[in-house]
Design a protein around this ligand. Structure first.
Ligand code: GLN
Length: 307
């Protein structure tokens, strides 16, 4: 087992080594508020199941978590609703971009998986029906698990997404036309845009994700998910969490992961801990270039992958 000093110096080495990779990517500019983020930022945090926390670079700097939030939404819906979800959304990789419209029409308004934008809209719709406040339920959960009561949305990012969210609106309206939404389109979109605009640091996210490494047990020891449900969420992260780059991510990193266009990626080391990286310059699939490189080097050097 690697000790405290080894892990800390490994994260410091990775932060230094992957810095040049930022030049290979581009910040998400289809959401104007995200275009202003400095592309050279880099943070990495590792929260261990034994309570240790390590970090390097900008690991305490909050950023827009975007689609990383969808791993948490899936957990909150599965915990409340179980298998019923799978009547409304699939669990196969799509091989298509996260905001693609074309497959949704062929497949009659049933999104391929819960991490595509269309699939996440289904998660939010269901959580709205179950709780009356999808965003509030998620925010409270993230605050509790990260131990950071200040976790909140960035209203400027949320407004920017709403103004430029035509594609997401198209996905939601199409699913409504197929009878696959329970709540009004505008309400679902409002919760979706604000959820994507939640702001957290690598340290917050790594801690918040620990239940995925802990077979479904929350920070206070209570159970959110059964062991089998936690396994299923990790499996979907492995196969679908980085969209049409999921095969390449699995090949390089060998861990379940969930990315977002803010540049964050959460990666689960079952029973050991959770890594979170932040690198806003993205590859064409919407995954942070330096972050994927750091995760690749981390699992290569430690041997800590699921394979
Ligand atoms: N808010 C983003 C969108 O709707 C989320 C996409 C992502 O992070 N992959 O396009």
């Amino acid at each position: 087992m690697l000790g405290f000093m080894d892990l800390q110096s490994l994260l410091d080495d990775l932060a230094r080594e992957v810095a040049p990779f930022a030049a290979q990517g581009k910040v998400a500019d289809y959401i104007p508020a995200l275009a202003a983020v400095d592309p050279t930022r880099f943070g990495i945090a590792l929260a261990m199941t034994d309570g240790q926390l390590y970090g390097s670079g900008d690991w305490r700097v909050p950023f827009s978590i975007q689609s990383v939030s969808k791993a948490f939404s899936l957990a909150l819906v599965l915990a409340r609703d179980g298998e019923a979800l799978w009547k409304r959304v699939g669990r196969e990789p799509s091989g298509n971009p996260f905001n693609s419209l074309v497959q949704l029409e062929y497949e009659k308004g049933i999104p391929r998986n819960p991490f595509l934008n269309a699939g996440a809209l289904i998660l939010i719709d269901r959580l709205l029906s179950l709780t009356g406040d999808s965003l509030g339920t998620l925010r409270d959960f993230l605050r509790a698990e990260s131990g950071n009561p200040t976790v909140d949305i960035d209203p400027e990012v949320a407004a920017s997404e709403a103004t430029h969210g035509h594609r997401n609106a198209a996905l939601a309206h199409f699913m409504a036309s197929c009878g696959n939404l329970e709540n009004p389109v505008e309400r679902v979109l409002d919760h979706y845009f604000r959820q994507c605009a939640l702001t957290m640091s690598c340290a917050d996210l790594a801690k918040a994700g620990l239940f995925l490494a802990n077979h479904g047990l929350r920070a206070d020891g209570s159970r959110l998910l059964t062991r089998s449900e936690a396994k299923r969420i990790n499996s979907i992260m492995l196969t679908c969490g980085t969209y049409d780059a999921a095969g390449d991510f699995a090949y390089r990193v060998g861990l379940p992961g969930k990315s977002g266009v803010g540049g964050g990626i959460l990666a689960v080391l079952p029973e050991r801990g959770v890594l979170c990286v932040w690198s806003p310059a993205l590859d064409p699939h919407g995954n942070g270039v330096a972050g994927v490189e750091a995760l690749d080097r981390f699992t290569t050097r430690t041997g800590w992958s699921i394979f």
